[in-house]
Ligand binder design. Sequence first.
Ligand code: KIV
Length: 266
Amino acid sequence: MPDVTLTTLQGLKQSGEKIAMLTAYDATFAHAACTAGVEMLLVGDSLGMVLQGHDSTLPVTVEEMAYHTACVKRGNRGAMIVTDLPFASGTSLQRLLDDAVKVMQAGAHMVKLEGGAWLAEPIVRLAQMGVPVCAHLGLTPQSVNLFGGFKVQGRQEAQARQLRADAIALEQAGAAMLLLECVPSALGKEISEAVKIPVIGIGAGNGTDGQVLVLHDMLGLSLTGRSPKFVRNFMEGQPDIPAALAAYVEAVKDTSFPGPEHGFSA
Ligand code: KIV
């Protein structure tokens, strides 16, 4: 497959073909996900939970994000690598820019930042440096303490209005992509239709332009024995991990995943 670029992603949005994205933290799984046809690899700070065993993403450092990005880069075969800037990057604009440099030099093609319209300034600065940004809206795990848990966002009309306004403001600031986590399915569709940039969903219904899942979740692995409502275990009915990854890509592309049972109502 030719290298996935922002133009590829725009083309997929315009044609209505769904974008398949998965988290990856090492070379072997990055390679397996690419072989299965995934267009985007997310080096998520979820690694703090699924690799390191923390109960949130807050302890993850930029050095760890850069290390895992470099591992993923070695296994990548043409997918776009998106790397999270960790919680601590948010202490100042300068630190955020410095951390973006570290993960881009490690092999990322895009950085992901959690937050709303206030990300406009870093997005503009990063774009000036040539760094595309994915803005993560809705349930932003780095704010778990503010939210009082991993809870669906945008159920109340005022919250939904704020999310719509944030999405438009972030697109206008120059964000290359949005990621919507745990919002009602109708809101996921509405926001995806309101912006021209691709919108990737996780627990945001199947009206978004693409889907992402945490690799361990979709392989049926969990430290707690519980799985979020928006996850499907793609190992079920499959002989091995490569087949499960291929089944995920197929289900995203033919829009059978996520089904209504994986979504949230308003
Ligand atoms: O860190 C991560 O893996 C993420 C996904 C939950 C979207 O941000």
